[in-house]
Design a protein around this ligand. Sequence first.
Ligand code: PHE
Length: 342
Amino acid sequence: MSFIFFSIFPVSSDISALIDHISSCKSLEDLKTIEHVLFSRKSGLLTLAFKQLNTLSPKEKKIKAKELNALKKRAQETGNGMREALKKRVTDAAEHNVLDITLDLPEEEHGHLHLIPEYIAQVEDVFGRLGFDVAYGNEIETEETNFDLLNFPKDHPARDSQGIFYLCNKERGTQSAQQPLLRAHTSPVQIHYMRTHTPPLRMICPGKVYRKDADATHSPMFHQFEALMIDTDISLAHMKSIMETAMRELMGSDVEFRWRTGYFPFVEPGLEVDVRWRGAGWLEIAGCGMVHPNVLEHCDIDPKKWQGFAFGFGIERMLMIKHHIPDIRLFTEGDLRFLRQF
Ligand code: PHE
């Protein structure tokens, strides 16, 4: 900004011209410069002009003082107005196009794992620390691996097509061992694993299983994880201890258990486990027992030398207890209001 040169004794018209310049200021810096020229304590034009009043006669002094006060007031008002305008220009610019690296960016939304795979990862971690290997079986099994080799009698009601998703039409009365089906439990993985590994062994296998069932607590597709431990000196006490240790880690230390005798063709003896947590009711959550000698034999493992336990948990059931989820269908409906909570 350029300035007009003033005589040593400031004249009102010069001061007035300078005040007019205020409205063409481009920045707060320009405004500050003009205000300094007008008001500075030693050399400000208005300061000097006021000092000059003492050299005048009382009559002239009165007229001149009135004039200077009017100028001073105009200078201050124009300066303040301009300052506000310039500040606003700066904020507007910041709002519209100027990058402000001090501002926090709006939070970006990131996706995350669905609570079932997230829980499976946790299960794998807990059992991994207990020395268990992880195996993933096939979701398509056969009559042989889903039932026969697991010691199911030929006429066992679980083989009924009303409960099983057979992948080819099952002809009445024919019992083809190779009949493909969607596995109804993770137990066939026991067979595959024992046929490809030599004991001692510890394995868990999480995954999807399929049954023709659908209501608030049953879904045609749900998740289980199975555990298998085979060694020379294993008893139900080991099984109970492993199950309770894992459950306490996965659910909370205050989880309560109820052990009942149960029947599964592939274990002997067999048990069913109910769990209660923080005042909720008992919920059946797992089946378990000592691996049946016939099953070991089907996998070329000598039952006189080796023994062990197996158990299978329903994953949705565990999560329903843990998070008080009232309906199993919520897991697969894809409602973000539900999914974002976990
Ligand atoms: N497979 C059984 C079920 O789905 C659970 C189970 C697993 C029971 C292992 C005993 C041993 O109900």
